[in-house]
Ligand binder design. Sequence first.
Ligand SMILES: [Mg+2]
Length: 196
Amino acid sequence: MLKAAILKPDLILGDTVLALTPEILQQYQLKGLVLDIDETLVPLRQKEPSEELREWMEPVRKVASIWLASNNLSVNRISSIAQSLDLPYILGARKPSRRKLRSAITAMNLPVERVAMVGDHLFTDILAGNRLGMFTILVEPMVGQDISPSAHPIRDFEIWLSQLLGVSLKPSQQKEKSRNESPNPGGQNWHFQSNH
Ligand SMILES: [Mg+2]
């Protein structure tokens, strides 16, 4: 029987990976990141990382070792993205399987709890990271301009099922802070649709 806690991210960013700052990594004492690729870093219909993503990565890579891990089997797509970012990568990672992710953590030579698995899917990225004892960070999907931010039936289903299993998907600390500053803090439910 699946224990619901294994699906719960340690941090729900409530935004795309671009909101993951060196300060947040420091706050959680993170020294390594394993990043999902499709829709975490690069929208599915895009072949290359955006300039914005490259700019985001520069200060982050100074404070953390980074590996990429994708379930995608396309050698062309994944290797060209990884090479353009000059990062080591795993393709066909088979998340939530632990085996290939473990090899990335071993290569980083860091304690597993100092490495965050960062991704947009609960049942692959977050489940894999939690199974390994990594810190887990759920991000909003990065979608192409031609796709509606709400067009994520699998992700929506995962969230629905997780909540049915009793997983609490409350906003993260960062998100709560920003909500408290806003005139209308809104409800406590986690909003999984991006507003932009
Ligand atoms: Mg993804």
